[in-house]
Structure formats: structure tokens, C-alpha cells
Design a protein around this ligand. Structure first.
Ligand code: NDP
Length: 499
């Protein structure tokens, strides 16, 4: 079991890795048509792991052509759902068989602790593939309640060519949240991983082929957002574009669609999620653990991070002391050490961004209560300490903008009413949490919070059966659950007039 591997064991395995570093188009690994590559860097050490194909417009054209041809041929799209299911279950199985390799690739590529890549990212991704595979032969279409001389069928059909553009914070998991329902529904898919983290997506392509997904049905195009990402967003023959990433880039995709073929665009974007702790919270120790996990898990590089702690004045000091005591035990470490709970920031750019916000917080007058420093491990890499700003006003930059790093902004409030108004005072609406033992407040808040997820007495609750997505500028559409199929299918009405 990977949980028993030591840091030295993991390090010892690096030499045996073989990196897939070319694009995967039409069932084959190929160099980019320009021959360009980019460096794939381990953020914990600064070392170049490999050079990866930098795909651009011509590669996008080739991938879309291959995907369209596969869709038209229909080997996958018209396959009996039960057979598609078997292939997807095989893929999930292969992912679990190669769990340690995938986990190691993920940790080397983006800096997250191996303890989480082995227990969260890879099993969560395989479970997603399995769940959507299992679902696809259990979904029925509808017949409408029409007059007797008519039969009207309401059916869902695969949308066609689906492009998925995903970020670097959970590279494999975010990819699987998109590609699993898209593939299960019979589409051909093109995945563009983030330039910071292409390695698991490329290995996934190989495993998908081994599982039996026909050539052209699943393609992976590593490359940059402004070139490969934009070319997918603007392509006239892409039917659906599903994106996870920043709100800024999400808005670009809406524009690309409007300026090209009006492809459907589904967006899971940023957040500035409120985590409300009221004085009547049932257990402050549990609330503190969930709060610490809610902001510092994955170095704070999480779209649902509980980055605004809205806490009632009368318990603030006691509660914050508990949260910070946990934070002190989460100081960053070597991602390959199984004891490490916070790894490296994904790259220098992101580190600078986060340090810029820490600077802004101090300049705006918030109290830096913990952390705030960039550190190195073994004299290398980009790491940032778990950081807490107390006495934050909700109008400050560190309360309004998505930092995407381990920075908690603590906003004291006088009562529940003020907590609710501060919580909703944001352009985002991805997630929210409320800790209270009062059932009335729990219900009232869960209705009044303007967010796609509301967690009561926990943080980051949910599993593959529950929909996930945002209100307001956190996006549209939903990942996970059967509702995810809506994004990747077209609804057709067939009205049959009987003689
Ligand atoms: P982006 O939103 O820029 O990147 C997400 C994906 O979009 C990547 O695959 C990226 O490609 C691609 N992309 C970037 N620019 C364009 C473009 N002009 N056209 C088409 N595709 C594009 O996130 P960043 O990696 O730059 O991170 C910046 C900030 O975004 C973070 O600090 C954080 O606030 C937020 N973010 C939010 C995420 C979330 O889940 N809510 C996830 C990631 C980031 P490439 O990286 O290869 O250039």
C-alpha cells in the first residue's frame, strides 16, 4: 500500500518513471506540429521533469478533426451504453492499478503532498470514471403526455465534440469530473490540461486507450491557454466547452463562443467562500479542524477554499487560537514525505501572486496573526506558510479577491444577521459553510446563502452523487452527479403524428 511508502521510497521511484510528453491525438502520441515544447517543472525542487509538446492552432485543428471523425464513425457514440460502461470500468480499474505512478506524477508535477495524491486525487478520479460509467446504462429518456394520436419522445443525445480546459490544482480529478460524463454520454473529447500540470492527463490518455476507448474519442492537448485553450474556445467544430479555472478566463470563453459558433460553455470558476462560525456552534474543536482543512488543504489552491472566516465576536479569540494551533502543525514540507500536509505552491507566478496579496493585506491594515512568509524546503522550491489575517474588513482586497493560496481572512461580526450579509457580499457564489447548533439558523442560512453548495457543521462536504458548481461569477452548470450529463448532451423532441 502506498500509505506505507516512505519519503525515500517515493524518491527512489522517480528514476523509474517514464513521462508521456507528447500530445495524444487520434489514438497516438505525437509531437506538436510546430515542434515546440515547454518545460514541465517540479515546483518543490525547481527541476525540469521533462519537455512537453506545446500545442497550438494546427494541433487543435488536428485533434478536433480526429474527434469529429470518431464521433461520425459512431464506434463509441453508438456503442450500447452497457459496453461503454464496461470500458469505463476497465479504465477506472487501470487507474487504480497504476495508482502509485499517477500519484507520484501528480505530486512531482504540481507540488501537492503525496499523502493526498494517493488518498484523494487518484482514488477520487478513478471513482468518478467508475461512477459515470456505471450510471450510463441506467438512465432512461422520456415520453411526453400527449394526445392519443401523437407519440412525443424527449431524448438526450451526445453533444458531439467536447473540449475540456482544466486547471492545475487537482489536475487529474478536475479532468475526470469533466471527461467522465462527457465520455459516458458518447461524446468525443479533447482535454487541455493546464501547462503547469500535464503529466497525469497524458498518462490517462494511454490508460484510456488500453481500456478500449477507440482512437479519436479521447485526445489530450498539452499547451498554453492563450494558444491551445483559445483555439479550442474559438473552434467552429467544437460543440461544448467545459472549463474549470479563474473567473477572468471563464469570461474569455464566453466571449470566444459568442465570436465563433455559439458553442455551449460551462464554467466552474473562482470563489471567495464564506465559512461562518456562530457562537452556538456545536463543537469549536471540530469547527476549527474543518476550518483549518477548509483553507489549508492543497496549499489553499482550492476553488472552494473557505478563505473568509466570518466569526461572531464573542468567540473569535478562542476560536482563532484553535485554528492557528492546527495551522502551526501544517507548516509546509517536502511533498514526497508522507507526513507533509502542505506542499509546494504550483509555480513561481502563483507564489508571487499570493505574496502580493499578503503584502496588500498588511498595507490595507489587517492584522497578520500567523505565517505570511515564503519558505524553501531543502533550499529549493516555492512554499508559503499557513497564513491568517485577523480584523479583516469585507471591503478589503484580501476579502474580495480569490487568492488561491494558504491565506485566511478573518472577519469578525457582531451577530448572525451581520454574518449573512457579509457572507453574501461577494461577486462569487461557489460554496459556503455555517457552524451552528440552532436548526432554525441552519435552515435560514442554507436558504439565504447565495452559493451552489452550503455545508452545515462541516466544510467541503459532498461526494460524487452531489452536484457541484457556482452561483454568480463562480460559473454555471454542475459537475458531478447525474446532473453533469446535462452539460454534455443535447435534448431532442421527436413528435410523431399517428395516422
Ligand atoms: P487560469 O484560469 O488562467 O487557467 C485555467 C485553464 O485555462 C488552464 O488550462 C489555462 O491554460 C487556461 N487558460 C488560461 N488563459 C487562457 C486563455 N486566454 N484562453 C483559454 N484558456 C486559457 O488559471 P491560472 O492557472 O492562471 O491561475 C490564476 C488564478 O486563477 C489563480 O490564482 C486562481 O485565483 C484562479 N484559479 C481558479 C481555479 C478554480 O478552480 N476556481 C483553478 C485555477 C486557477 P495554461 O495554464 O496552460 O495557460
Amino acid at each position: 500500500m502506498s500509505a506505507q511508502l516512505s519519503r525515500d521510497d517515493w524518491k527512489g521511484r522517480i528514476g523509474g518513471l517514464s513521462y508521456r510528453n507528447q500530445a495524444f491525438i487520434g489514438g497516438k502520441f505525437v509531437a506538436s506540429l510546430t515542434g515546440k515544447t515547454f518545460d514541465c517543472v517540479n515546483p518543490a525542487t525547481g527541476q525540469v521533469l521533462t519537455k512537453v509538446a506545446a500545442c497550438e492552432q494546427a494541433d487543435v485543428d488536428a485533434a478536433v478533426k480526429a474527434a469529429r471523425a470518431a464521433f461520425e464513425k459512431g464506434t463509441w457514440a453508438n456503442m450500447a451504453p452497457a459496453q461503454r460502461k464496461r470500458i469505463m470500468l476497465k479504465l477506472a480499474d487501470l487507474m487504480m492499478k497504476n495508482r502509485e505512478e499517477l500519484a507520484l506524477l501528480e505530486t512531482l508535477d504540481m507540488g501537492k503532498p503525496i499523502a493526498f495524491s494517493t488518498t484523494v486525487d487518484v482514488p477520487g478520479s478513478a471513482n468518478t470514471v467508475q461512477w459515470f460509467g456505471e450510471a450510463i446504462d441506467k438512465i432512461y429518456d422520456e415520453v411526453a403526455p400527449t394526445p392519443g394520436n401523437v407519440i412525443a419522445m424527449i431524448t438526450r443525445e451526445a453533444a458531439g465534440v467536447v473540449a475540456c480546459v482544466v486547471p492545475w490544482n487537482f489536475p487529474l480529478l478536475m479532468a475526470c469530473w469533466k471527461i467522465s460524463p462527457a465520455l459516458a454520454a458518447g461524446n468525443s473529447v479533447i482535454l487541455k490540461p493546464a501547462e503547469q500540470s500535464p503529466l497525469t492527463a497524458l498518462r490517462l490518455a494511454e490508460l484510456a486507450a488500453e481500456a478500449g476507448i477507440p482512437e479519436g474519442v479521447f485526445n489530450v492537448l498539452p499547451g498554453f491557454g492563450e494558444t491551445a485553450g483559445q483555439a479550442l474556445g474559438r473552434h467552429m467544430d467544437v460543440d461544448v466547452l467545459a472549463f474549470t479555472g479563474s473567473t477572468e478566463v471563464g469570461k474569455y470563453f464566453l466571449r470566444y463562443s459568442g465570436e465563433s459558433n455559439m458553442k455551449q460553455v460551462w464554467l466552474e470558476c473562482g470563489g471567495k467562500s464564506p465559512n461562518i462560525v456562530l457562537a452556538d456552534a456545536p463543537n469549536l474543536d471540530i469547527a476549527a479542524r474543518r476550518t483549518a482543512f477548509g483553507i489549508w488543504f492543497n496549499q489553499g489552491e482550492v476553488c472552494t477554499a473557505g478563505s473568509r472566516l466570518i466569526v461572531e465576536d464573542k468567540i473569535k479569540d478562542e476560536f482563532l487560537a484553535k485554528v492557528m494551533a492546527i495551522g502551526q502543525k501544517m507548516m509546509p514540507g517536502d511533498p514526497l514525505d508522507p507526513k507533509t500536509q502542505m506542499g509546494a505552491m504550483v509555480d513561481e507566478t502563483q507564489t508571487k501572486r499570493v505574496m502580493g496579496y499578503i503584502d496588500a493585506g498588511q498595507k490595507e491594515g489587517a492584522t497578520l496573526a500567523m505565517g505570511g512568509k515564503q519558505v524553501h524546503i531543502d533550499n529549493a522550491g516555492s512554499f508559503i506558510q499557513p497564513t491568517v489575517f485577523d480584523n479583516v474588513d469585507n471591503t478589503m482586497k484580501i476579502a474580495q479577491e480569490e487568492i488561491f493560496g494558504p491565506v485566511l481572512s478573518v472577519i469578525p461580526v457582531k451577530d448572525a444577521e451581520q454574518a449573512l450579509s457579509v457572507a453574501n457580499d461577494t461577486i462569487y457564489g461557489l460554496a459556503s459553510a455555517i457552524f451552528t447548533s440552532n436548526i432554525n439558523k441552519a435552515f435560514k442560512f442554507s436558504k439565504a446563502l447565495r452559493a451552489g453548495s452550503v455545508w452545515v457543521n462541516t466544510y467541503d462536504g459532498g461526494d460524487i452523487t452531489t452536484p457541484f458548481g457556482g452561483y454568480k461569477q463562480s460559473g454555471n452548470g454542475r459537475d458531478k452527479s447525474l446532473h453533469a450529463f446535462d452539460k454534455f448532451t443535447q435534448m431532442k423532441t421527436t413528435w410523431i403524428q399517428l395516422g
